[in-house]
Write a protein that binds this ligand. Structure first.
Ligand SMILES: *Cc1c(COP(=O)(O)O)cnc(C)c1O
Length: 401
């Protein structure tokens, strides 16, 4: 996006504000579908948890995507955005059987990730086909919090428990229509994907009525200069060959599914903040912006490095700064980072702010969650209002003391 456009959005909607570039989302979507253009039945299930605004979901629908959801609330957002329940898959973890039943009754595809629920659900609803989330035990992922496929992970049913799955399927007479894995985010190496997918193919052979195999996500996108990203094109070529061989041996053309979140929306997002104070200590130049981990927690939670640009002085002399927030707790966005010379009042843009940024925002320090703007067809569309004081107190109950 053009810097002037970002600055105009701040002028119009105030700061801090999240901005998403619809064209970038579309580019990423098309990159993924082109990489797998030789697959006859391809399904892209956008992972709602990355960025769950209904206008973004509508954009995904327009592009041809389906949805991957992890809670009944995400399912409902998808329905509000106009998705057909058949185009939503629900992959919960540690959720009650009641919630799973409710979602199943909406007509949404259920993906089950533990033996207990599998047995309960299969006993009660043998005629509702379900997908099974397998844990292939592949160590992957950029951070232990988002690496979900390893041996001691809480996600999925272990491949070593396939015999137990088969016994439950036989005993209940339930139908398994899909096999799924999601090994974690930020996978660097496509060989890791391919290795895990071989395990998934092996597992899939045990089930006779599959309609799809869902390879989850974990595509890496560049965050800082020099970062390598998943080579989607090469991965597409390699997995396509393997998938076609699988379908041939399986004796049926089935659907290949993915559920990317970050890949589709991360780079489309910018988080714009205003510099409140510049504070020079004995060792550091602190730049304090009108935000904190209440709005963007990834640097503090995952050590994520979001590139920061000074949109008010993009060609200024590069200097070293530590960019921090206004929360009354340590909230460091960036330490000793080279940024074009900053003055109080400047607007800083955090890049890669599309995925897991607004979605994780909170009201800590009783601050309002920011506004969100979708830049679509050369126009700024407000898609989430900035909160106001009433939002902070509307659910609070004042008792008489
Ligand atoms: C979070 C999640 C995704 C999306 O992961 P990204 O790294 O954002 O692409 C996909 N599937 C499941 C089940 C998830 O929990």
């Amino acid at each position: 996006m053009k810097i002037e456009t970002l600055l105009n959005i701040v002028k119009e909607f105030g700061s801090p504000v999240y901005v998403y570039d619809a064209a970038k989302i579309e580019t990423q979507y098309k990159r993924l579908t082109s990489a797998f253009s030789k697959v006859k039945q391809l399904k892209i299930n956008y992972a709602v948890k990355a960025l769950s605004n209904i206008s973004v979901l509508k954009l995904m629908k327009k592009l041809g995507a389906c949805l991957d959801t992890v809670s009944i609330q995400e399912v409902k957002l998808g329905l509000v955005a106009g998705f057909n329940p058949q185009h939503i898959i629900y992959t919960p973890n540690g959720v009650s059987i009641e919630e799973i039943e409710t979602v199943a009754k909406l007509g949404v595809q259920i993906n089950i990730d533990n033996l207990s629920i599998l047995e309960q659900f299969g006993t009660k609803y043998p005629n509702i086909p379900v997908c099974i989330r397998i844990n292939p035990h592949v160590m992957a992922g950029g951070n232990t919090n988002i690496s979900v496929g390893h041996i001691d992970s809480k996600f999925g049913i272990s491949i070593h428990q396939v015999p137990h799955i088969l016994r439950i399927v036989e005993n209940t007479g339930m139908q398994i229509n899909g096999i799924h894995m999601h090994t974690g985010s930020d996978i660097l190496d496509i060989d890791v994907f391919l290795y895990a997918s071989e395990i998934l193919f092996e597992t899939a052979k045990n089930f006779k009525n599959l309609e799809f195999i869902d390879f989850g996500s974990g595509f890496k996108v560049p965050y800082k200069e020099g970062d390598i990203e998943t080579d989607i094109e090469e991965f597409g070529e390699k997995l396509t060959v393997r998938f076609k061989t699988f379908c041939k041996n399986y004796g049926k053309e089935i659907t290949l599914a993915f559920e990317p979140g970050k890949f589709l929306v991360s780079e489309a997002g910018y988080f714009l903040t205003k510099v409140n104070v510049i504070k020079q200590t004995t060792s550091t130049v602190f730049v304090q912006v009108d935000s904190g981990f209440n709005h963007l927690i990834r640097p503090m939670l995952y050590g994520a490095q979001h590139e920061i640009i000074n949109t008010s002085n993009p060609n200024g002399k590069q200097r070293f700064y530590s960019v921090v927030g206004y929360i009354c707790e340590t909230d460091t966005f960036a330490t000793n980072r080279r940024i074009a010379e900053i003055n109080e009042g400047d607007i800083l843009a955090f890049k890669n702010a599309g995925a897991y940024c607004f979605a994780m925002a909170s009201n800590y320090n009783s601050r309002y969650r920011p506004a969100e703007v979708l830049w679509y067809n050369d126009q700024a569309h407000l898609i989430q209002k900035r909160e106001v004081f009433d939002d902070l107190i509307k659910n609070q109950i004042e008792i008489t003391l």
